[in-house]
Design a protein around this ligand. Structure first.
Ligand code: CDP
Length: 207
């Protein structure tokens, strides 16, 4: 691995994106939201009228598409920043993310992206500590109570959050799991700054 990587996994609403962004900002590192990549692929599949259960068609699309996550989420030049958070995409992303060929395409992009960074990078998702960067400098598993997670995801119903949790934890391919050597952080009732400080402090003992 060419640059240090902090890998963060956790369920919906656990605070991954906010905390990962804060850690990256504190360290002056880059940040990658891999959920946004899967969401962008789901958007494009629907936009192109693909049958989203057609794994080969969706994986081919994933392989051939240009995706950016910052400053805006785009796919093939189309801005999908707002569309990725709609109920239709909350549904479709679970289908797309369960497909092994789609995951293979995303994982290789995520590794290539990290390898191209000049400083360190903070990467967050569902399989980052277990599959994408099992040798990351620091691995973190974030969680929070189901009530607090549903509350934080104000843009998504509690039943949709619960359905995605179930789908992400029980799928055959790369289910959400806590890596044995990951730092476990329960963010329930805790301020973002405090969690960011805990992770940054932990990094110094892991380098
Ligand atoms: O923001 P939130 O935690 O609600 O979800 P997200 O990070 O945007 O991810 C959306 C969906 O993409 C998840 O429910 C997973 O099904 C999938 N995903 C994945 O399978 N692997 C990743 N590394 C990241 C996201």
């Amino acid at each position: 691995m060419s640059v240090p990587v902090i890998a963060i996994d956790g369920p919906a609403g656990s605070g991954k994106s906010t905390v990962a962004r804060g850690v990256a900002q504190t360290l002056g590192w880059s940040f990658l939201d891999t959920g946004a990549m899967y969401r962008a692929v789901a958007c494009e599949a629907l936009f192109k009228g693909l049958e989203i259960h057609d794994e080969v068609a969706v994986a081919t699309l994933a392989d051939q598409s240009e995706i950016t996550t910052l400053p805006r989420v785009t796919i093939n030049g189309r801005d999908v920043e707002d569309e990725i958070r709609t109920p239709a995409i909350n549904e479709a992303v679970s289908v797309v993310a369960a497909q092994p060929l789609v995951r293979r395409a995303m994982v290789s992009r995520q590794r290539a992206w990290a390898a191209s960074q000049s400083e360190g990078t903070v990467v967050e998702g569902r399989d980052i500590t277990t599959v994408v960067f099992p040798d990351a400098t620091l691995k973190v598993f974030l969680t929070a109570s189901i009530e607090e997670r549903a509350r934080r995801r104000g843009d998504e119903s509690a039943s949709s959050v619960a359905r995605r949790d179930e789908a992400d934890s029980n799928r055959t391919n790369s289910p959400l799991r806590q890596a044995a050597d990951a730092l476990f952080v329960d963010t329930t009732g805790r301020a973002v700054d405090e969690v960011v400080k805990e992770i940054v402090a932990c990094l110094t003992t892991h380098r």
